[in-house]
Write a protein that binds this ligand. Structure first.
Ligand code: FE2
Length: 276
């Protein structure tokens, strides 16, 4: 059954994807992973990422519950992995007056697959602000990512930060809010997920890493949303940032390393669409 969109704050909504259950490989640990997208249903509606193509029907059912696609004015694409640009072709067709906002290199890569009229594209660098009618939005790269073109998005009006892949965690069941996840499951899953997403965390300068996390912390977000995890709200935001701060410069727990390896077997599998 397709879930409805989940309210985040103000006019920000999560377009949910029921967490995919990976094929069991005999190893323990959470076996489900979200692939969410987001909508800002303001004066000039914004689609934030376009979901995974495998769930096209569920994606559109939720978007259309919030707005008429022809009214969409902006499509923000965090990066061009298949689980984020899955419905991009249809979105461009069904939202004919929308402008695609993304990193310059990302747009160049997309043009290898599809003709993109330049008047429908706008480049944003890390740290750029763009206006969407009733508010400015800030593109801020998350600290962890698997493509260098990745941009996160901060909406000061709702207090929501879209972290793209970052701040995700696998879940044992369809859990929408991280407050409903056992803390030890969150800590281990969060650590393992980020080791899988950005293996270079093991080698990064801890000072530089903390600066990158601190840049997101300084936004003052009250809600953090990842494509790949439950929503992080209120007091859990500080907890998530603390977990992120602690990822670099310390030896990784063996259990998290084992879980990261298991997640790689499960979610880098083409059968689930390379869901990270
Ligand atoms: Fe992803």
């Amino acid at each position: 059954m397709t879930p409805g969109p989940l309210h985040l704050a103000g006019d920000a909504w999560l377009v949910r994807d029921l967490p995919t259950v990976a094929q069991s490989d005999g190893s323990a640990g959470p076996a489900r992973l979200h692939a969410n997208a987001m909508v800002l249903a303001g004066e000039e509606p914004v689609l934030v990422d376009t979901g995974a193509g495998a769930d096209r029907r569920g994606y559109w059912a939720q978007v259309e519950a919030l707005l008429d696609p022809v009214d969409v004015r902006w499509i923000f694409l965090s990066h061009d992995d298949a689980d984020h640009r899955g419905n991009l072709g249809e979105v461009l067709d069904r939202c004919p007056t929308a402008t695609l906002v993304a990193g310059r290199r990302l747009i160049h890569r997309l043009t290898l697959d599809r003709e993109l009229p330049t008047e429908r594209c706008r480049w944003v660098a890390d740290g750029d602000v763009f206006d969407v009618g009733d508010r400015p939005l800030l593109a801020v790269r998350p600290p962890a990512y698997d493509l260098p073109t990745t941009r996160g998005l901060f909406d000061a009006t709702t207090g929501v930060y879209w972290g793209a892949d970052c701040f995700g965690t696998p879940v044992p069941a369809d859990i929408a809010d991280v407050a409903d996840l056992d803390d030890d499951v969150w800590v281990e899953g969060f650590t393992a997920f980020h080791l899988l997403l950005s293996p270079w965390i093991r080698d990064v300068d801890p000072i530089r890493w903390r600066q990158a996390v601190g840049r997101v912390a300084s936004l003052g977000a009250t809600t953090i949303v990842s494509a790949h995890g439950p929503v992080i709200r209120g007091p859990q935001v500080g907890r998530a940032l603390d977990l992120a701060f602690g990822l670099a410069g310390a030896s990784m727990p063996a259990a998290a390393e084992r879980l990261a390896a298991a997640l790689a077997r499960r979610f880098h599998d083409p059968a689930v669409g390379g869901r990270i």
